[in-house]
Structure formats: C-alpha cells, structure tokens
Design a protein around this ligand. Sequence first.
Ligand code: HEC
Length: 171
Amino acid sequence: MKPGLPFLAGAVAVTVAGLAWADGAWSPPPTTSAPSPIYGVRIPAGYRDWVLVGPAQEAAPLDELRAVVGNRQALDAYRAGKLPFPDGAVLVKLAWKHTPSPDFAPASIPGAATTVQVMVKDSKRYASTGGWGFGRFIDGKPVDQAQHQTCFACHAARVKDRDYVFTRYAP
Ligand code: HEC
C-alpha cells in the first residue's frame, strides 16, 4: 500500500482545507501533492503566499496567463542578482486560461487554472538536470512521466546561462 499513501495524505489535506473554506467563493489550492515522476517533487505547502517574481502571457493555442512566485531563497538570489540559485530555492509557476473581465471588457483576467509547475534546487540530488527537480501538476496531481521527460531539455536549450530559469525578476 506504500505508493497509495501520498495520495491519501493529499486527499485528507484537501478535504480539511476545503471544509475551512466551505462558506467562501474561493477554494484553496492543494497544500501538497503526490510526488512527480522522475524527480519526486511535490507542490510546496504555502506557495500561494510567496513573492511574485514576474507574470507572463502565452499566446494561442494555450492562451494562458502565468505568474511565477518564489520562496525566500529564490527571491534573495534574484534580488542579489546571484546565480546559480542556492540549494533550497523553489520556483512555482501558476497558469490560467484568460478571459475578458465581466466587469470591464478590455481587461483580461484569469479563467480556469490549468497547471502548477514547480522547480526545486538541490544540486546533489538533481545533479544530472542542472541541479533542478521538476514537477507539473493538474488539479493537484502530478502528470505522467513522459511530460516530465521534456522539462529539462527545453529549459537547458534556452536558458542554461541563467541557471535554467526563464523568468526574470519583473521591474
Ligand atoms: C518547450 C519549452 C518548455 C518545456 C518543455 C517546459 N518549460 Fe518550463 N518554462 C518555459 C518557459 C518559456 C518559461 C517562462 C515562463 C512562461 O513563459 O510561461 C518556463 C517557466 C517555468 C517555471 C518558472 C521558472 C522559470 O524557469 O521561469 C517552472 C517552475 C517551470 N517552467 C517548470 C517546468 C516543468 C515542471 C516542466 C516539465 C513538466 C517544464 N517547465 C517544461 C518553457 C518550457
């Protein structure tokens, strides 16, 4: 039963959090998750309270709004302009479909959440992938191994010289 345990723990956490917010319109994101294939990365607890690194917009066909947030270690490195990121740095990318605001048509606002993506720096554990472990989650659940095989290659091909991180600290 061992492989089922993380799922069970996740379900319990979500249920408990869901009860706490049952009377509100906003339902909280999962506070943790099962581990991603290959890397064993989980959704970090509390990431929704982290600091904004920068937003991004992705054109069609995905048509998404994104926001990258980081924990303290990541933000300290960004603000000091220091690369590589230190062990313990974590970056999370939130993504949503975008939709016109019902209140003011020219404004575009987040629609349905699509993915949560995570990069965790551990230079020893993830030595073969630039020191980064990757996780992509849909509805709080990790996607399959095939998708996780694509992460490092794309980041390495384009932003190796910035420690494999695309997002710059927004002015
Ligand atoms: C085809 C290229 C490509 C692939 C494959 C890819 N990414 Fe990214 N990733 C990007 C780009 C471009 C950004 C910059 C933000 C944006 O435009 O959404 C990004 C940003 C990120 C960020 C925020 C930190 C940063 O580098 O800016 C995380 C976390 C992330 N990706 C995780 C993943 C994970 C996990 C996977 C695999 C499941 C993955 N990525 C696969 C292109 C890619």
